[in-house]
Design a protein around this ligand. Sequence first.
Ligand code: ADP
Length: 492
Amino acid sequence: MQKLRRIYSFLLILAGLIIIVSGIIRFPTQDDPLTLFLLLVLAIAVQSTMTPLVNEAVTVSVSGAISFAAIGLYDPVSAATIAGIAELGLWAAFILTRRRRQKKNWRLELERLGVNVGIHSVSVLTAGFVFYLIQNWLGVNTFLSKTLPWFIGAVVADQVNFWLLAGIVYLANGVKPIEIWRQNRWAVPMNILVLAIGGGLIFLAVSQFGLLGLAIFILPIVLSAYTFRLTVNNTKKQMETLEDQVAARTHALADANEKLEELHKEKNAFLAVLTHDMRTPLTSIKGYASILRDRELPRNQQEKIARVILHSQDTLLDIVNNILELEQLESGKAPILLESTNFDLALLTKVSADSLKAQAVEKRISLEYDTVPSPVMITADMNKIQRVILNLISNAIKYTPENGRVQVRAYANGRNALVEVQDTGYGIPEDELPTIFDRYSRVQGHRHLAIGTGLGLAIVKSLVDAHNGEITVASQENEGSTFTVKLPLIQS
Ligand code: ADP
């Protein structure tokens, strides 16, 4: 493939050279060498108006129209020479401007230049021959003979140019010519129009008015080509900005989606609380209330049932209160108000543990408090910290099977005061640990073990956060968990 490419390039370069050299040799013998020379200079100058469309492969260039006019004004070889040399001029400018920025492979650049010169001159030469063939066939002075050759010539020039280019792209990169054609076919009519109308008009102007015609016609054509180039570049820039905006919006949308998914999860968790955890006490209230209504029961049994109903109602009230409280804590409207005092965290922990002793005994769980020799003084809202400790200890009792053990301790460590609640309970699976402090988050396997809302730990975390503290958990399934609260110690 690479060998074929080299042969193909070599043939194109050779063709380009032969055309240019023979064009230059003929130059002095031309009718009006000055105009031809001016056409050549103009073609080089306006080559810079070349407008890249979509990618570098397809361009619309006014210099093509100038060389095309030379077919009618002079002959195919001179026209092809202009096309080839104009290409040389552009590449020289291109290479000079790039040179400062990057080192490049000179051989490859030179080869590309040669190939481009070859492609342009060969396509204009072929178009020129076709032009005269048709003109001879139609007779010189008919309307058709003055128009049709320009259009057919333009089609030939455009197509020869395109397929020669597609050939080198295929040999160099393996992109199928039909693919390149499919991507760029929309540019074909534009190119043909520029060549046919532009070339035809320049021909008309120069053959009627000589150099003046050239001046009158070239300027507007160059200016409109330049405007066109600016428009294309601007549109490209706008498209890029648009692409950036689309990317940013897509990003924002992805974020929103993530948030939505989170909310969806939370909604499901909330529904789980409603359908499972609130339903259980409600069902029991309903059942016992029906018994009270339908049966004649002795007074002491009535009292027992009433107690169960009241207990269920308390559970419900707890759940509702928790939901409301967390809403308030996390609504973010106002920071959590702290009524701070100085107190001994060790003492508060002991008192809290003592108050839950009965609950532990009922479950035959040993609740132990490890005493520390000296007070652990902190500045904090005592009620709120007590809620934190009570919540952690009652969770430990709730999620530890009978005959288990719960150990509670408070101590100072460096600049921090710590409370630890350690149990020998069910533990929390590793994959659920990261979300355990989220609202409504409950370990799936715990739902049938104890009633809960999954709100307690979320409330605990909000309260600890409000004190600039930190809460962490270490847990092993079926072995137990340790919750640790860290709060800043009073510095003495
Ligand atoms: P609730 O106890 O009302 O479900 P929490 O927010 O207090 O809500 O706890 C969330 C979940 O964390 C509980 O449902 C339970 O699965 C798990 N959990 C909390 N504390 C413990 C613990 N000490 N041992 C094992 N799992 C626990």
